[in-house]
Write a protein that binds this ligand. Structure first.
Ligand SMILES: [Zn+2]
Ligand SMILES: [Zn+2]
Length: 119
């Protein structure tokens, strides 16, 4: 599973809302890009920043429950089970969002994470 590109992450952030101003235009602070895959997203409207985690291989290795849950999740478009986790963000203390790709129809979508309870 290749790590997502900056462009891809930026585009897909446009499908969620800022925790503060509810805007949905985000950038990525290039200077924040760490070797461990942790980036920083920034709202273009209110300058709120939040962490983006792109090293999902590492995440899935350290969270053995998550791959099982991903296999059980069904796609809202084709209703087939099984999704890939591309990256995740922590929009606020209570809001963690997973960016998923359906393994059947390749549709991408964000989903509020209920998986965090397992951490
Ligand atoms: Zn904002
Ligand atoms: Zn699908």
């Amino acid at each position: 599973m290749p790590n997502p590109t900056m462009k891809e992450v930026e585009t897909r952030l446009g499908t969620v809302q800022c925790a503060i101003c509810k805007g949905s235009s985000f950038g990525i602070d290039e200077r924040s890009m760490q070797a461990d895959g942790e980036w920083r997203g920034i709202c273009r409207k209110c300058y709120y920043t939040f962490p983006i985690y792109t090293d999902m291989e590492f995440y899935l290795r350290t969270q053995p429950d998550v791959p099982y849950r991903l296999k059980e999740m069904s796609c809202p478009t084709c209703n087939q089970r099984g999704v890939n986790l591309n990256f995740r963000i922590t929009m606020s203390v209570r809001e963690s969002i997973y960016f998923l790709t359906c393994t059947s129809c390749q549709k991408t979508y964000p989903e509020q994470s209920s998986l965090e309870a397992f951490e």
